[in-house]
Design a protein around this ligand. Structure first.
Ligand code: SF4
Length: 341
């Protein structure tokens, strides 16, 4: 069965025309799905009985089941959702002063194999569809009876490795007749899939691009992220500069500090030389310790020293607040534990 939430508004209009319905029905269905957030076609009471029957027979409305929910002392909630094919994915809800942010997964498992990531132990199964990406936000809005203002593609999976579905999900999230989340409030993170960064730059959408950089040194970065063997730092920077030139938007570089690995001032100097003068921001993250992981977190004192050093050298850098550390909020950890049990 086709997932009705896989269609953006234009596609849904075309789909309805193809089954002999009027295209304006698409806007009615969009409203039911994304504003009223109903869980069945039968609740779409302004559609004819005949159309509701057709929808029931041919489309799935994609309601996730909450398999597990963990709540941190700081209000962060982590969800393990069950999908219709028995797979499970994770999403995290974080509360910031500027609103509620959901960190979504884009794939079941991940092929990228970053050494510091809990998802590395999860074999790649398949891409999530656009509807399955969007449903993560809807299910959390339903569960918390609240409105999500920001979405970050930083959960399990490499969004740029599921490019078309991620882009389509953004169209649905962003549509004023859909979930109406402004593009500026949507952030897509990549480990550095260079060809897709060029493509993303050419899309003319206003989302934020985050790059998981983690080191300005090819040797260190390759040891942390195998993707660096395919696209090294110089190629990555060329793509980032293209993105900035094309969009005039600031890139966010993510830098997870691991003790004695990438956290001393020599590493900071390399980073400064690499990105000085670029329209960018550095997000420093205390690395999450994962089971069997070889990295340990840098001390807070060291992270502050690293940040101050960058700031003194003209690089805007902030330390990301750690949320949900008491509930395994790093991506992949809940799913890994649940699968073992
Ligand atoms: S950090 Fe992201 S890209 Fe890297 S293995 Fe984990 S989920 Fe995949």
């Amino acid at each position: 069965m086709k997932n009705i939430k896989d269609y953006n508004l234009e596609e849904l209009k075309a789909e309805l025309l193809s089954i002999g319905e009027k295209s304006f029905r698409a806007e009615q269905i969009f409203k039911w799905l994304y504003i009223d957030k109903v869980k069945s076609f039968d609740e779409m009471t302004n559609l004819s009985l005949d159309l509701r029957k057709k929808l029931n027979e041919n489309y799935d409305i994609c309601n996730f089941k909450i398999i597990k929910k963990l709540e941190s002392k700081d209000g962060t909630k982590k969800y393990l959702f069950g999908l219709s094919d028995e797979n499970a994915i994770e999403s995290v809800l974080m509360e910031y002063h500027f609103g509620k942010t959901v960190c979504v997964s884009s794939q079941i498992g991940c092929k990228m194999g970053c050494k510091f990531c809990a998802s590395t132990g999860i074999p790649f199964e398949r891409n999530l569809t656009s509807g399955e990406i969007v449903e993560q936000i809807i299910a959390i809005e339903q569960d918390t009876n609240s409105k999500i203002s920001n979405v970050v593609f930083m959960g399990i999976g490499e969004p740029m490795d599921n490019y078309d579905n991620v882009l389509n999900a953004i169209k649905i999230l962003n549509n004023p007749k859909g979930l109406n989340i402004g593009a500026r409030h949507i952030s897509v993170s990549t480990s550095g899939v260079v060809p897709r960064i060029y493509q993303f730059a050419d899309e003319n959408i206003q989302c934020t691009l985050s790059i998981s950089l983690h080191s300005a040194n090819n040797e260190t970065r390759s040891s942390m992220m195998p993707v660096n063997n395919a696209y090294n730092i110089q190629e990555l920077m060329k793509a980032c500069k293209y993105y900035i030139d094309k969009t005039n938007k600031r890139i966010s570089f993510e830098y997870a500090l691991a003790k004695d690995n990438n956290d001393n001032l020599k590493d900071a100097d390399e980073l400064i030389s690499l990105i000085k003068g670029m329209l960018c921001h550095v997000n420093l993250i205390p690395i999450n310790k994962i089971e069997n992981g070889k990295y340990t977190k840098s001390s807070l004192e060291n992270i502050i020293k690293f940040r101050d050093y960058l700031n003194e050298h003209g690089i805007v850098a902030t330390i990301r607040r750690e949320l949900g550390s008491d509930i395994d909020a790093a991506c992949g950890q809940l799913r890994r534990k649940n699968l073992k049990n």
